[in-house]
Ligand binder design. Structure first.
Ligand code: NAI
Length: 329
């Protein structure tokens, strides 16, 4: 089995090389370049490709992979909104993902963002480094006894619900399905009720047609004044122009974003010597109550090991022509 890895960084190469030890039947090559229509041709001679969250796995890419005789696309991430599933089915290419490598990693990062914007840690860090020990503009709120609204209570949302419960928060949730694991401490409500009553809103549902721009002006208006909004799920759940309008209208106490609509060219790249071309991102960065991180929710040692392990399990499932809940259809 020959697998071509796209868009790899040192940490990917290390975690996969560790997990591949003792598996001589799997031959891999690591590339730094991203998977896209123009790079897909590099997969000639490989059985499978392995790609990450922002790869362009459109019909065009899939058709090139198909012409190279690739039979398997391994996503080393949970989300698959970047894959044209119909095109993959048309070409007979199977898609596997890593659905729950470490929900706690992402949920802990969501809480870190919530705490960060609440207690202004980004400002405090800079102030103290500059010998400014005053507390001006650093006041936060207690999370204890406040209401956390979790949108999407799958693996990550459930982990976030448990964390919020541990903080002594009242936990409410909205999902199209109810998660029985949360029944002892979570009350399911309508999205409107969640928006109207939460002090902290954390988004954990996938990007689909039904969730695209679910946070828009209409829904922002329904939120409590002074709410904290955190998005560690997918950027396009939030309509950024409307979010900016809401921030300018002082709707939010703080906003923590690990994902945002224009992240694609930035994610995991050092662009510190370039001028930022995207005005929307630049505007978001200009607000002192907004903290943005670059899609790092998943990025813990434990999660990287689990991603490599599950990806190689997916290879074995494919080789044995077995079925698996990790397959995306
Ligand atoms: P999951 O599949 O376990 O849970 C998703 C939940 O969203 C399910 O309970 C589902 O019923 C719910 N949902 C679907 N459509 C909905 C709708 N219209 N309204 C409300 N709820 C809806 O997924 P998991 O593992 O919890 O991941 C959630 C998302 O987190 C992923 O789709 C991905 O976009 C994002 N993610 C972000 C990472 C990061 O590094 N920032 C890393 C991994 C995932």
């Amino acid at each position: 089995m020959k697998i071509l890895f796209f868009d790899t960084k040192n940490y990917d190469r290390e975690s996969f090389t560790r997990e591949l030890a003792g598996q001589p039947d799997i031959e891999v090559k690591f590339l730094k370049t991203e998977l896209a229509p123009v790079t897909a041709r590099l997969a000639q001679g490989y059985d499978a490709v392995c790609a990450f969250v922002n790869a362009d796995i459109s019909r065009e890419t899939i058709e090139v992979l198909h012409s190279c005789n690739v039979k398997l696309i391994l996503l080393r991430c949970a989300g698959f909104n970047n894959v044209d599933l119909a095109a993959a089915a048309d070409c007979g290419i199977r898609i596997f993902r890593v659905p729950g490598y470490s929900p706690e990693a992402v949920a802990e990062h969501a809480m870190a963002l919530a705490l960060g914007v609440n207690r202004h840690l980004h400002k405090a860090y800079v102030k103290v480094r500059e010998n400014d020990f005053s507390l001006s503009s650093l006041m936060g709120i207690n999370f204890h006894r406040k209401t956390a609204g979790i949108v999407g209570t799958g693996k990550i949302g459930a982990a976030m619900a448990r964390i919020c419960h541990g903080f002594g928060m009242k936990v409410i949730a909205y999902d199209v399905y109810q998660n029985p694991e949360l029944k002892n401490f979570t009350t399911y409500v309508s999205l409107d009720e969640l928006l109207a009553t939460s002090d902290l809103i954390s988004l954990h549902c996938p990007l689909t047609d039904s969730t695209y721009h679910m946070i828009s002006t209409e829904n922002i208006r329904k939120m409590k004044d002074g709410v904290i909004l955190v998005n560690t799920s997918r950027g396009a759940l939030v309509k950024t122009d409307d979010l900016i309008e809401g921030i300018r209208a002082h709707k939010f106490f703080g906003v923590g974003l690990d994902v945002y609509e224009e992240e694609r060219p930035n994610v995991f790249e050092d662009r510190s010597d370039e001028i930022l071309e995207h005005s929307v991102t630049a505007r978001l960065l200009s607000f002192l109550n907004v903290m943005i991180t670059s899609h790092q929710g998943f990025f813990t040692r434990e999660a990287l090991s689990a991603i490599a392990r599950t990806t190689l399990e997916n290879v074995r499932t494919f080789k044995h022509d077995d079925s698996s809940p990790n397959e995306v259809k």
